[in-house]
Design a protein around this ligand. Structure first.
Ligand SMILES: [Zn+2]
Length: 101
C-alpha cells in the first residue's frame, strides 16, 4: 500500500487533493455536497487524469445502481454499492500501478 502512496506522488503532486476528492466522491455522486464543494471537486477532477478515470468508473457504477433501483426511491448508497465503489477504486489503483512510469 505504501507503493501506492509513492506512485501517486510520482508526478501527481496533488495527491492530497485526490484523497480528499475520493473521500467526497460518494457524497458528490449522491448530490449530497454543497454546490461550492461540487464545483471545487469538478475543477480538480477536470485537471487530474487519475481522478477523471476514477470518477468515470464511479459514475458508471452509480448509474447502474440507479437503473436498478425503483425510480421513486432515490436510496442512499447501500452496502453492496459501497462494495462496488470500493472495487472500482481498487481497480483504478491496480491499473495505475501497472501503468508505465
Ligand atoms: Zn486528482
Amino acid at each position: 500500500m505504501d507503493a501506492d502512496e509513492q506512485s501517486r506522488g510520482f508526478k501527481h503532486d496533488r495527491s492530497e487533493k485526490c484523497k480528499e476528492v475520493f473521500s467526497l466522491l460518494s457524497d458528490y455522486l449522491n448530490l449530497e455536497l454543497p454546490p461550492e464543494t461540487c464545483a471545487e471537486m469538478e475543477a480538480h477532477i477536470g485537471a487530474c487524469p487519475p481522478c477523471v478515470e476514477f470518477t468515470e468508473s464511479l459514475r458508471k457504477t452509480v448509474e447502474l445502481c440507479h437503473q436498478y433501483k425503483p425510480s421513486e426511491m432515490p436510496a442512499p448508497l447501500g452496502a453492496s454499492t459501497r462494495e462496488q465503489l470500493l472495487d472500482a477504486y481498487r481497480k483504478m489503483m491496480e491499473s495505475r500501478k501497472s501503468l508505465p512510469a
